[in-house]
Design a protein around this ligand. Structure first.
Ligand code: ADP
Length: 474
């Protein structure tokens, strides 16, 4: 039996801001089918984690870590949830705050978290063979594991869920937060700054990212976010493994959040559409094509393209519901647009899992024209709820959505190549044409019904990777 410890800053069902949480929540569940390994997960104990979950936690251990001159107390709690053991790193000063990111000292908070995880390795009732860290907030655990070797010959995997967020701090943070010899600066430094993500890329035994296309894309400047030379250097050690989704969790047949459960029934899906139209004061008519967006309102998601062509698209006989939170620029834009088209466009500036699922269930089309997309889970959830994704051909979107081809009848959605608003508009109009052609629309839904995006295959790939790292895997 080999032990794998996941280190991350979010994880469903405890705390979520995006796809990272879904992956860290569902991948251990998929890996647990493999009897040769045990996966446990360690997370920060945020104030936002519900009282129900907190009540289920048990005290595990406590100790101190030095964040430079700061002597910080750490308490580890643990709990079992769905047969996985979770550890939580508690410290009031760093984590007893509203929300989970966006503080001036986020860098210091996750330096602390990483140091606490490394120190915790001496206290846990679990000795990892592989430490598997996710995104910049956990990246320093990989560096510290290599530098200070808390466990002899522990291997490390670092997964990039999004290269854009790197945890960059002034280089002075190296001496301010760490008590490490100067020779290690080079591994943590990039462009004159301390860069947590670079530290992970530099030190990890293997690097994975969440789709094959993104694994290639990030080696070129357009997608590399300034780190492409580091990724090029790591060459064959950078592997793309497509994310899956928890198909039990996202199942329209059993999802208690949606109005009417369904497997593939068009009639029942239309009932969900009418429920949404009624709920959000849109004209109730199941024939009107309903487009939805569930997204962080940030540039990455291709919202500038939507901004450009929205007024033109709104001339069509359609409805659009947008659910999201994020940058003020986009929040204002979509609110104002909703005022201009009260009969057609609804903007919901909130994070709401239940409404999101009702939208996946009621929508006909899911718009996701990302500028870049490491994997994207939203389009997979849409497919699971039989909602046709409309995407830009990048990263995981390219690997999971094949454009509908009316000649060969293949394809599970719609896509366009260039980051160009009128290419998006053209494909949106094409989607309307397919919707109005009963035969083609039925064919597209048939193709969507055949899609499989569970974790099964990808979990195998992760297991193989761990096996490669620990050859005597018994
Ligand atoms: P990212 O991680 O870049 O935000 P993904 O597509 O990988 O994008 O994952 C986004 C996840 O967050 C999906 O599960 C999506 O349904 C969910 N989500 C995004 N915005 C909201 C929102 N406002 N309310 C509820 N769920 C949301």
């Amino acid at each position: 039996m080999k032990n794998i410890l996941f280190v991350a800053s979010e994880c469903t069902p405890f705390i979520k801001t995006g796809g990272l949480a879904d992956v860290v929540g569902s991948l251990p569940q998929a890996l647990k089918q493999n009897e040769k390994m045990e996966v446990r997960v360690i997370l920060p104990l945020y104030n936002e984690i519900s009282i129900e979950h907190r009540n289920a936690m048990e005290y595990h251990s406590s100790f101190h870590v030095q964040v430079g001159w700061r002597n910080q107390e750490v308490t580890i709690y643990s709990m079992e949830y769905n047969q996985i053991i979770y550890y939580f790193v508690s410290n009031e000063y760093y984590f007893d705050r509203k929300g989970i990111y966006g503080y001036y000292d986020d860098g210091e908070r996750f330096v602390f978290f990483s140091q606490a995880v490394i120190e915790a390795l001496k206290h846990l009732d679990f000795i990892p063979d592989v430490l598997h860290a996710h995104d910049w907030q956990a990246a320093l655990t990989v560096a510290l594991a290599k530098i200070s070797e808390p466990i002899h010959d522990m291997k490390t995997v670092f997964t990039i869920h999004n290269l854009k967020y790197q945890g960059v701090m002034p280089l002075g943070a190296y001496h301010d937060f760490f008590d490490l010899p100067t020779e290690h600066i080079a591994g943590l430094e990039w462009n004159g700054m301390l860069n947590c993500l670079k530290a992970g890329l530099f030190h990890a035994d293997k690097i994975t990212t969440v789709s094959e296309s993104y694994a290639e894309e990030i080696k070129i400047p357009y997608y590399g976010e300034g780190l492409h030379p580091v990724l090029l250097d790591r060459g064959e050690d950078v592997i793309g493994i497509l994310n899956g989704i928890d198909t039990k969790e996202y199942n329209p047949l059993t999802d208690p959040n949606i109005h009417v459960n369904y497997r593939s029934s068009k009639v029942r899906k239309k009932e969900n559409k009418m429920f949404l139209q009624e709920k959000f004061d849109l004209p109730v008519n199941s024939d009107i094509p309903l487009y939805i967006m569930v997204t962080r309102l940030v540039e990455q998601k291709g919202l500038h393209l939507v901004q450009h062509i929205l007024d033109e698209f709104m001339q069509e006989d359609i409805q659009l519901i947008v659910l999201g939170t994020g940058d003020e620029e986009f929040e204002t834009f979509f609110s104002e647009a909703a005022n201009r088209y009260p009969q057609k466009l609804v903007t919901l500036l909130t994070f709401n899992e239940k409404v999101a699922r009702q939208m996946y269930a009621g929508g006909d089309f899911f718009i996701m024209p990302s500028k870049f997309e490491p994997c994207g889970l939203a389009q997979l959830i849409a497919l699971q709820y039989k909602t046709a994704p409309i995407v830009r051909e990048t990263g995981g979107l390219k690997d999971t959505v094949q454009p509908f081809n009316e000649i060969t009848n293949e394809g599970n959605g719609f896509s366009f190549l260039n980051y160009n608003a009128h290419e998006l508009l053209t494909v949106l109009r094409y989607s309307l044409k397919v919707y109005s052609n009963q035969e083609q629309w039925s064919q597209l839904l048939k193709n969507i019904n055949k899609c499989q995006y569970s974790w099964k295959e990808s979990a195998h790939k992760y297991a193989n990777l761990y096996e490669q790292l620990i050859p005597i895997f018994v």
